[in-house]
Design a protein around this ligand. Structure first.
Ligand code: 9MR
Length: 365
C-alpha cells in the first residue's frame, strides 16, 4: 500500500462515525426482484433451495462470513441475507477499544452483545475484532502520554476484561491488529512506543489466560501475497511459536483494489503460514474499484474474488473467508477512498453481482 493510501485510510479511519453516518444515510433496501418461477404454474415441481455461501463453504470444512455493524441492524432486508447466507460474522466496530472501554475501566458491551445475539440466533460463528489496535482508541488513551508502568496494566485489563466477557463465544480473536508498516518495520503505535515489541507476546499471553479456547490471531492488510510486510509476520510468528507464545492464526485482511493489481503469491503465502503451524483466515475481504463500475471491472472483480477464495480452499489450514460486509450499501470504502467503491459481492440494492456468482461457483454451488 502506498504512503498516501495508507495515510488516507487512517486519517479518515479515526472517525467510525463517518462510515456509520454513511450507512444510515443510504437509501432503504429493496427486496430482490421476484424470480420468474413465481409466475409459473402450480404443477411445476418446487426447486430445491439453492445452498447458501455458508453451506457451500462448510462442505470444504471452512466458513464463509460477513462483517456487520450495529447501524445496519435496523435494515430488515439486509439482516435477512446476513442471517441466511453467511455462517460467520465479525463485528466491524463494536468490539474496538473506543466502543468497549469508552472511559478508563468502564466497559460497555452493548453494541458488541447485539451482534453476538444476532449471530447466536442465526447459528453463526463470530470472530472477535480487535483487542489491540492503534486506531479507534478512546480519547482518554490517546490524549496523554504514558509510561510503560502505567500503560501495561491498562492494556492487560482491557484485553482480559473484553476477552473474558466473550469467553467461549468467539472462535478467534484478532489480538493485535496492523502491527507492522509496509516495509516490515514495527508500526509506531502508542503500545509499541511505550512498551516495545514485547507488547505483542504479552497481549497474546493475556488474551489466552482470559479465553483459552479462542484461537489467537495477528491480522493485517497488504499481507495477502509475498512481500516485506508478510515476511515480517512470518518471522515474528516463527519467533513467537519458538518462544511458546499462544499464537494460533494469521489474518489476511484482503482489502484489494483493482487499480493496484492482484497480489502475487497469495496461495504460497497462505501455505507458508500453514507450514509454520498456524491457521490462516481471510478476515476482511473486499475488492474496490475506481467508479463508475463497468461490466468489465465487475467481471475482473469476480475473477479476483474467485481466485482469492480458491487460494483459501487449496490450503487445509485456511479456515474461512469473511467479507468486510457483504453489500456495497454498507461498505466503508466510499467514505475513506472518495471516487472508489463497488467493492462487495452484493450491490447497494442487495442484488448479487458477478462476484457473488463467481464465489458460489468456486465453492461448488
Ligand atoms: O469497517 C470499519 C469502519 O466502519 C471504520 O470506520 C474503520 C475505521 O478505521 O474501520 C473499519 O474497519 C477496519 C478494520 O477494523 C481493520 N482493517 C481495516 C478496516 C477498514 O478501515
Amino acid at each position: 500500500m502506498s504512503m498516501s493510501r495508507s495515510m488516507s485510510r487512517h486519517l479518515v479511519a479515526l472517525s467510525a462515525a463517518v462510515c456509520v453516518a454513511a450507512g444510515l444515510a443510504a437509501t432503504p433496501a429493496t427486496a430482490e426482484p421476484a424470480s420468474k418461477e413465481s409466475a409459473t404454474t402450480e404443477s411445476a415441481a418446487p426447486k430445491p433451495r439453492p445452498k447458501t455461501l455458508g453451506e457451500l463453504a462448510r462442505k470444504h470444512h471452512k466458513y464463509f462470513g460477513s462483517a456487520t455493524d450495529n447501524p445496519e441492524f435496523t435494515d430488515a432486508a439486509y439482516l435477512k441475507l446476513l442471517g441466511s447466507e453467511f455462517g460467520q460474522t465479525t463485528p466491524g466496530n463494536a468490539m474496538k477499544w473506543y466502543a468497549t472501554e469508552p472511559e478508563p475501566g468502564v466497559f460497555d458491551f452493548t453494541a458488541a452483545d447485539e451482534v453476538m445475539a444476532f449471530a447466536k440466533n442465526h447459528h453463526q460463528k463470530v470472530r472477535g475484532h480487535t483487542l489491540v489496535w492503534h486506531s479507534q482508541l478512546p480519547a482518554w488513551l490517546t490524549d496523554r502520554t504514558w509510561t510503560a508502568e502505567e500503560l501495561r496494566p491498562v492494556l492487560k485489563n482491557h484485553i482480559q476484561t473484553v476477552a473474558r466477557h466473550y469467553k467461549g463465544k468467539v472462535i478467534h480473536w484478532d489480538v493485535v491488529n496492523e502491527a507492522f508498516n509496509e516495509d516490515g518495520t514495527y508500526r509506531e503505535s502508542v503500545f509499541y512506543k511505550t512498551l516495545g515489541p514485547g507488547y505483542i507476546a504479552d497481549a497474546l499471553r493475556w488474551a489466552h489466560e482470559a479465553d483459552p479456547h479462542a484461537k489467537l490471531y495477528l491480522n493485517d492488510y497488504n499481507v495477502d501475497g509475498l512481500n516485506a510486510k508478510s515476511d515480517a509476520y512470518y518471522r515474528l510468528i516463527k519467533q513467537l511459536k519458538a518462544d511458546g507464545v499462544p499464537i494460533e492464526g494469521f489474518g489476511l485482511q484482503g482489502h484489494l483494489a483493482l487499480q493496484y493489481g492482484y497480489p502475487a503469491g497469495i496461495k504460497e503465502n497462505i501455505q507458508r503460514f500453514a507450514d509454520l503451524g498456524v491457521e490462516v483466515a481471510i478476515t476482511e475481504l473486499d475488492i474496490r474499484m475506481e467508479l463508475p463500475a463497468t461490466p468489465q471491472k465487475l467481471a475482473t472483480q469476480a475473477t479476483w474474488y474467485a481466485d482469492y477464495v480458491r487460494a483459501c480452499l487449496a490450503v487445509r489450514k485456511c479456515v474461512g473467508v469473511t467479507l468486510w460486509d457483504y453489500t456495497d450499501k454498507y461498505s466503508w470504502i466510499p467514505a475513506v477512498f472518495p471516487g472508489e467503491g463497488a467493492a462487495l459481492p452484493y450491490d447497494e440494492d442487495l442484488r448479487p453481482k458477478p462476484a457473488y456468482h463467481a464465489i458460489r461457483k468456486v465453492l461448488g454451488g
